[in-house]
Unconditional design. Structure first.
Length: 227
């Protein structure tokens, strides 16, 4: 094609400049997207360095029944559980809980519960993190003569004293769904109780997830170098 006049030259320059600016904008947008992706991946690495995908947790403390019990007393409570982190902020956990309910000198009953919860860490990339949790549980007397379902929710604070080892303060509120069954203490009554404790979280695992993240970061770097 032979350019015969000035207008054609200006038109071609205009088209070229537009194509250049569009390409430049796409490159900037892609770089911004890559940078955001890398930040997320590096944060995930920070989480795996501090914590891990698997957790064994244990705790002890006190339990007390709530409601119309002016003579209720604090009694012992013990917990042992396992958690799996689906993502950095969120884990699913199952725990076995052994606790006593005491009313002055008249009643001291032993109970156990198996609790399934979802737990959310507010700041999983730092040593200190508040957390909240909630879920569904199965409650039974020590002899399994009485069983009840329940719902529970709670909150707590965790502090990592070293990588992979955290200490925590936590509490949960439990509402027993007795329905037509007897309540924990009084017949035909829905009852609730509170548990407060101190505990430890022992983190481990995450090697496979760490390798996948490093491979993704390496792929992104290599693709940028090729460009």
């Amino acid at each position: 094609m032979i350019i015969s006049n000035k207008n054609q030259i200006l038109t071609l320059i205009f088209i070229f400049l537009n194509l250049y600016f569009v390409t430049a904008q796409e490159a900037v947008a892609q770089e911004a997207k890559t940078e955001i992706s890398n930040k997320k991946l590096y944060k995930e690495l920070d989480f795996l360095e501090l914590r891990g995908t698997h957790v064994v947790d244990a705790g002890f403390g006190t339990a007390m029944i709530l409601g119309d019990y002016p003579d209720s007393e604090l009694d012992v409570f013990f917990r042992l559980g396992y958690k799996y982190h689906i993502i950095s902020n969120l884990n699913v956990n199952l725990s076995f809980n052994k606790y006593n309910i005491a009313l002055n000198d008249t009643v001291n009953e032993g109970f156990m519960s198996f609790d399934l919860n979802l737990e959310y860490l507010v700041t999983p990339y730092s040593e200190f993190s508040p957390f909240i949790f909630g879920g569904y549980g199965y409650n039974a007397s020590s002899s399994f003569e009485e069983t009840h379902t329940k719902v529970q929710f709670g909150l707590g604070l965790e502090y990592l004293i070293m990588d992979g080892l955290g200490v925590k303060l936590f509490g949960d509120y439990n509402f027993v769904l007795s329905n037509e069954q007897e309540g924990l203490i009084m017949p035909d009554s829905d009852e609730s109780f509170l548990r407060i404790g101190l505990g430890v979280n022992l983190y481990f695992g995450g090697k496979k997830r760490r390798m996948e993240i490093l491979e993704n970061i390496e792929t992104v770097i290599n693709s940028n170098l090729i460009k």
